[in-house]
Design a protein around this ligand. Sequence first.
Ligand code: G3P
Ligand code: MG
Length: 255
Amino acid sequence: MKVVAHRGYSGRYPENTMLAFQKAVEAGCDEIELDVQLTKDDVVVVLHDERIDRTTDGAGYVRDYTYEELKQFNAAKCWDGRYDRMAIPTFEEYCIWVKDEPVTTNIEFKTSIYYYEGLEEKTIELLRKYHLEEKVMFSSFNHVSLLKAKELEPDIACGILVDDELGNAGYYCSQYGFECYHPNGAKLSGAVAESCARHGIKINAWTINDMALLERLGDLNCSGAITNYPGICLAAGNTEIGKITLHTGKAEISR
Ligand code: G3P
Ligand code: MG
């Protein structure tokens, strides 16, 4: 299975920051998952929540700030001073960095709670500017966003995010031209996994932070595990004794 670093290496570093992305690559992940939204002045930024309260020392909605204002806030707030102050990254900053890295990127359009007009176009503009079209895929809980992205860039794969299981996932994806199904891994059934296999749809499941679930997804022939702990998931496929190191109380095996 492909190991996908959810919001970067978010189990050990501040989520959706350049540090979390760099650490995910250092750990050897195959792919980075990140979330994109638009600021008031239409800058594509990388952040999960529609509000900045949980992950930064600011308050309010992303859409109410210009990027100049937004970048003043500390995106490492949740880690009690363990990490230096860092800014919410722009997606362009991410593109400039990732173009030379040996990973692909799963870009999630955060458009299901608040719809950002033009987010898909602006994201794709940046991918074209940095020639990243062949190193990315799109995902979203808002499947209309994915249809828009398909219109603009038909060759970029799309994965539909769902929380509650979609019984006819294989049929649904194939009818809309989506290549992948991205379910909550804890809720994925054998029947739906089979439906996807029948229609040639790949499954990338989230958020896989325990070994039993990782094993089960392997049994269901999932293509990818989206995890906060890419180092630990990679270790599952490389368990040679002697490579074990301990970090913050969690066992991790370096690659
Ligand atoms: O791509 C999987 C995952 O990111 C979906 O949920 O809320 O973490 O963006 P969320
Ligand atoms: Mg996401």
